[in-house]
Each structure stands twice: as C-alpha cells, then as structure tokens.
Write a protein that binds this ligand. Structure first.
Ligand code: SAJ
Length: 440
C-alpha cells in the first residue's frame, strides 16, 4: 500500500488526507497542534464542514488514517499549510518552509512532493525546490515535485474535492503526471497538466477575478445608494445578458483566500497591478461604509436613554446610546469560519464610535468578541444588523423579534430578508445597495 504524508490538517489537509485514506492509501496526517492530532485520532473534527465528520470517522476507522505531530518517511508528501499575509501585505511562506524543512531529511528516490497551499508564482521552483534539494536529491531526477492547488469552496469542500476540475503544474511533465496519478484516485473532474508557475498563477487569478468582480459590485452598491435605486435589481437585470456575471455587494470580503491571495501578485508586481490593489482597497473599505450608513440610518432617530460618558476620551461618541444586534460574524453564510471576516472591522469601528452591541452567530464558536444567544442579542436592541448570509437569518419572524426589540429597524447588508414581510411587521427596512427606506 502506498504511504502518503499530509502536512497540515486544516480546511484542506484534513479532507484530502481522509479522502486518500478512504481510497486505499495509508495516510499519516501531520499537524503541529497536538489538540488537532488528538481530535483526528479520535475520529473527530476541529472544523465544521458538511460531510467531513463522516469522512474522517470512516478514514480513521478503516485504519488507513492516523494523525501525528511529526512527518514520517512516505512515498508521497502533500503540503497543505496556511500561507497568510503579513501586516505589510507580504506573503508569509514560513509554514511552507517549515513543512519543507521537516520532509527534506525523509526524502527518498522515487518520492513525490506536492504543494496544495495557495502561493505566490515561483514558490514551487524558487522556495520549495531549493529546500528539498538541500538534502542531496534532485527534483525531476530523483523525486517529483508539483503544485496541485485546491479549489474547493468552504461549505462544499467534500463534494467539490471529488467533483471539481484540477489544474496540476509540475516542475516537469513527469512530475505533473506523477501528481495526477494520485489525485485521479478520487477526483472525478478533469485533471489538467501544466507547469508549476502557470498553475500557481491560475490559482491566484481565480480568486482575484472574484475579488475584483465583488469590488465592482460594491462600487455599484454605493453609487445606487446615492442614486436612490436598487443595486440588487441592477445586478439581476444586467446578469440577464449572456456575457455578464456581476457578483454581489456585501459588507466586505473575508476568508483566507480572496482577502489574501491578491496581495501575492501585488507584492511581486506593484506597478503592474493597479486594478488588483484598488479592488482590494475597495473591498476593505466596505466595513467603513456599513458603519457610515448605519450612522446615517440611525441619525434620524434619537436614542431614548443616551448615556453620555463623564470622562471624554478620544473616541467619537456618535453611537452612544444605541444598541445594535449584529447577526452573523462568519465571513460568509453557513460556515463557522470567521477568518478575515469583515464583521471584525465593523465591530471594532462600532466600538470606537461608542455603540453598544450584541452578537449572535449560530455557527461561529471562536471569536474575539463575546457571542450571545439569539434572544439575549435581541432584547432591547434598537437595530438589527445582518452581516452574514446564514440560512437561519433568511426565515426569521419579524413580528416575534420586534416584540423583543426596543426599536424596529433592520439594516441588511446581504439582501437576504424579504423587505415586504418586515415592513408589514412594523420594521424600517434598510439594505446595502438601496438608497432609501424601501417602499415597494
Ligand atoms: N462575497 C461577496 N460577494 C460575492 C461573493 C462572495 O461579497 O458575490 C464575499 C463572501 O461573503 C466572502 C468572500 O467574498 O466574505 C469570499 O467568499 P467566496 O465564496 O467567494 O470564496 P471563499 O474564500 O470561501 O473560497 C474561494 C473560492 N474561490 C473561487 O470561487 C474562485 C474557492 O473555490 C477556493 O478554493 C478558495 O477561495 C481558496 O481556498 O482559494
């Protein structure tokens, strides 16, 4: 039985390791976090993803998946570690380097090394290759080396891992073919072979395309608010054109991909990437816009029990006295992931501006601000602020909620509620991308 060592048991490494284990490979899943190792060895999961629990349990029970803190000799090594950006928007490849350094002493002739982590163009050739070759073996001669970017959508990881087409880039043709042989075992979508730097660029452009398109939608939303028309209607109608696919506006772009990957190219080519960096800045400015709009919405109202602080601090107390119930902090709907979530800058600004707020999210467990139960979050609130498009928020009962609240105002930044129903229950309804109180 071929042995595969998967480095990193996160959102990609864990499903990939489990998938390989349930398809007849002996798999060692490596993670630096002992808690993750212990959880996986129990057949449990530390991240929520539909179908993942069943997959991991099956993999562990089959005896083919085992987790460990350190890598072991194997036939194939798959690196699936994070590649974050630093504060200065530079790619941080430390985790890739550490993973590569840990496998160099274990490499044997005939091995295959695969990188899955999203990486700046050139990483395979100029970062990974020299580290692995420092052990004395030569890539393309003694071992194969390829870039095999993951493409799965969080929330649909298990399904997409099987069904999506894959792009695999080798440092040479033989490396790409060696990698394809492994993935073909469970991938039902087509597998397309190319060079490793091309594959790195393909992966980045997929997410950049989305980020730029969302920035366009966000710009459109702000213009429509000023115009007093409905951006969502504009998008629906424009998308009827067979060659137009405008994405959706929102409170900002989060997650560990779209908000991060574009910087990998901007860092290398700052003078050639004005569109990419402008899109990033546009999307990053959306939390500001949400708070500005919220203040505008509430400025027509006066909080009844405004508590003016006795000591004047350097904060702007514009929001003092208002209680906002925030619904959703995950970076997008129906997932538990709050990495790079635009909800965080929204909340930080609300805090700076003296608003009080409560937060409810039915999926997220781990968040820098305190999370409340649904009822706790709503009691006495002046305004509901929807930041995440969780399904749970699409079917709320405004009449019931209204009874718990102090004022009936809702600001929906995802366009997921039915404005008519809410208006009929006495709510003032505001949406991102719509200029005024909605009158249908
Ligand atoms: N968003 C919008 N408007 C939209 C679509 C998304 O504001 O029209 C926001 C979301 O709310 C979220 C962010 O963008 O905050 C990103 O969400 P997403 O669903 O676009 O993407 P991710 O980051 O969850 O996953 C992406 C996917 N890339 C593409 O669809 C091209 C996924 O396939 C990749 O595997 C993943 O990045 C990755 O790991 O790179």
């Amino acid at each position: 039985m071929e042995k595969i060592c998967v480095l990193g048991l996160g959102y990609i490494g864990l499903p990939t390791a489990s998938m390989l284990a349930t398809h007849g490979f002996e798999v060692i899943g490596v993670d630096v976090n002992p808690k993750v190792v212990e959880t996986v060895n129990r057949g449990s999961i530390h991240i929520q993803e539909p179908g993942l629990q069943t997959l991991v349990r099956a993999a562990v029970r089959s005896g083919n998946l085992r987790a460990a803190e350190y890598p072991e000799e194997a036939d194939v090594f798959i690196i699936a570690v994070p590649t974050p950006v630093t504060q200065e928007k530079k790619a941080n490849l430390d985790y890739i380097r550490a993973a590569a350094n840990s496998i160099t002493p274990l490499l044997r002739p005939g091995n295959i090394v695969l990188l899955e982590s999203t990486s700046p163009p050139g990483t395979c050739q100029y970062v990974l290759r020299p580290i692995l070759e420092a052990g004395g073996l030569r890539a393309g001669v003694d071992f194969s080396l390829a870039y095999c970017p993951e493409r799965v959508l969080p929330g649909r990881t298990v399904k997409e891992l099987i069904e999506n087409e894959r792009v695999i880039g080798g440092i040479d043709r033989a490396s790409a073919e060696a990698a394809a042989r492994i993935y073909r075992v469970f991938v039902e979508g087509g597998i397309h072979l190319t060079s490793c730097t091309t594959a790195e660029m393909v992966k980045l452009m997929e997410n950049i395309y989305r980020d730029v398109n969302i920035a366009l939608a966000n710009e459109l939303a702000i213009v429509c608010e000023r115009l007093g028309i409905d951006a969502w209607e504009v998008i629906n109608l424009a998308n009827l054109h067979p060659r137009v696919n405008i994405h959706l506006p929102g409170p900002g772009v989060g997650g560990h991909c779209l908000a991060v990957d574009p910087w990998f190219i901007v860092e290398q080519f700052p003078d050639e990437t004005s569109i990419i960096s402008l899109a990033r800045r546009t999307n990053d400015s959306m939390p500001n816009h949400v708070v500005a709009r919220l203040k505008e919405i509430l400025s027509g109202e006066q909080p009844e029990k405004a508590t003016v602080p006795e000591v004047i601090t350097d904060r702007d107390d514009a929001g003092c006295g208002w209680k906002v119930a925030v619904l959703g902090v995950a970076y997008k709907g129906n997932i538990d992931d709050a990495r790079e979530t635009p909800a965080l800058p929204v909340l930080e600004q609300l805090e700076r501006e003296g608003f009080s707020f409560t937060i409810y999210d039915p999926h997220v467990r781990d968040f820098p601000y305190e999370l409340s139960s649904f009822t706790e979050a709503l009691v006495g609130a002046d305004c509901l602020l929807i930041l995440t498009d969780h399904d749970e928020f699409k079917f709320l009962h405004p009449l019931e909620l209204g009874k718990l609240m102090h004022r009936r105002i809702i600001f929906d930044t995802r366009n997921i509620i039915n404005p008519q129903t809410w208006q009929q229950s006495g709510f003032q309804v505001y949406s991102l991308g719509r200029g005024t109180v909605l009158t249908l």
